[in-house]
Design a protein around this ligand. Structure first.
Ligand code: AMP
Ligand code: MG
Length: 401
């Protein structure tokens, strides 16, 4: 049986990088950038005034001048004026600094009478103060965003400021989420006492969407070999990623691995030494499709989706991965089986600035209602069975931020 590390490595090794596409920049939030965004111009592109007030020459001030006839006005967006010696120009925040000017005094520090601005007595003028010099943030051609970055609202500002209308991003993979099981009934449909509400499909679709993968559709298939064969073969034709749930354990109606093998999906592994999620199956289709068959138990399905599917999709998009995160256990935990334990946790922080992981007990791997108060899960290594309060452990958030 593979360890969790081996399983993740196998998943990543089997996952190919998807091609790019060009989209309108305004539609690119949440997509993975596949190009470098370079500065169109120096920033600021001119010596930019940072105060409303007056601009004049340091040389005049240094020679003792304190009153300056107002030569004109320069507001943001106005063409740059040239200052005459011995004068000042009224300037507004965001304007270009007039030529020959290198001193700015805020409007609060001057008094204007008869077209002449006089400085407040004792106001200490400083050369270059309140001037945001051209290129002081960055220069033309600087790399502002690089390939692999998931585009945030902040990046949209950078892209727009570089004058880009289109951007190259990773094409979102076409994903099918397929739940299986005769006992399952979707919300909105009549249900009998012996049946179960189906929740994995909508939950997996939602988890994918919260990681930026919007192109997934859910379908439910009964535990019937022919139905599974027909539907899965169609999904293999139309999708690049299949995420199944249920039917991968040792039960008599657990047909998924056999049907997938029949359809030419090569098994890469079945079972991982972990809890929850031990029965997970993973394979690769004839056209390179990646096929995850997650266990049906809702907690297992979500943990496996977060632990294996999301990193695979990140690789397919060439997304730059975040560094691993750690949290400190808030209490002693004992976990005897020789399996990696993925323990759901709620996060708190302490006064020392540490992230504390508070274990949230799930009754069974089907007890998904308890998960709603959790932020993620911690990874307790297989080799150990006692984990002391305060130990640092890997933290996997349901949703990275
Ligand atoms: P299985 O892996 O098919 O043996 O399913 C394991 C357990 O998870 C069973 O109790 C199922 O009823 C439950 N289960 C499987 N699929 C779903 C689903 N889509 N939604 C909710 N529970 C499920
Ligand atoms: Mg089942």
């Amino acid at each position: 049986m593979l360890t969790t590390v081996e399983a993740l490595q196998a998943v990543l090794a089997a996952t190919e990088v998807f091609p790019s596409e060009v989209v309108d920049a305004s539609q690119s939030t949440g997509r993975v950038l596949r190009q470098v965004i370079r500065a169109e111009r120096d920033q600021p592109p001119f010596d930019r005034v940072m105060m409303d007030g007056i601009a004049f020459a340091w040389a005049d001030y240094e020679s003792g001048q304190r009153s300056f006839p107002i030569q004109g006005l320069q507001a943001a967006g106005d063409v740059m004026l040239t200052l005459d010696s011995g004068h000042c120009i009224e300037i507004m925040t965001g304007a270009a600094l007039p030529k020959n000017a290198d001193c700015i005094v805020p409007v609060e520090r001057i008094c204007v009478t008869d077209g002449t601005a006089t400085l407040e007595v004792d106001y200490a003028v400083k050369k270059d103060r309140f001037v945001h010099r051209r290129g002081s943030d960055y220069v033309e051609g600087a790399r502002l965003l690089t390939t692999g970055k998931r585009i945030s609202a902040l990046d949209i500002a950078v892209i727009a400021s570089c004058g880009e209308t289109d951007v190259e991003v990773a094409r979102d993979p076409v994903i099918r989420v397929i739940s299986t099981g005769n006992e399952l009934v979707a919300a909105g449909e009549a249900i009998e006492p012996h049946q179960i509400r189906s929740s994995n499909g909508p939950a997996v679709v939602a988890l994918l969407a919260s990681h930026g993968y919007e192109r997934s559709e859910h379908e439910h298939i009964l535990d019937d070999v022919n139905a599974l064969k027909n539907r899965l073969s169609e999904h293999l034709e139309n999708a690049e990623v299949l995420i199944l749930s249920g039917g991968v354990s040792m039960g008599k109606a657990d047909y998924v691995p056999a049907v997938l093998a029949d359809l030419g999906v090569e098994m890469i592994f079945h079972k991982i030494s972990q809890r929850p999620g031990k029965p997970m199956w993973f394979g690769k289709g004839p056209q390179g499709q990646i096929v995850f068959a997650l266990p049906g138990n809702p907690v297992s399905a979500l943990v496996c989706c977060r632990q294996y599917v999301i990193p695979a999709l990140a690789k397919a998009g060439s997304e730059t991965l975040r560094p691993p995160e750690f949290a400190s256990l808030s209490m002693n935990i004992s976990f005897k089986p020789s399996l990696t334990c993925f323990q759901p946790v709620k996060l708190l922080s302490n006064a020392a600035g540490q992230t504390l992981a508070v274990p949230v007990k799930t009754n069974t791997s089907g007890d998904f209602a308890s998960l709603s108060i959790t932020d993620g899960y911690v990874e307790l290594p297989k080799e150990q069975s006692e984990f002391a309060v305060g130990s640092a452990v890997f933290l996997h958030r349901w949703i990275a931020h």
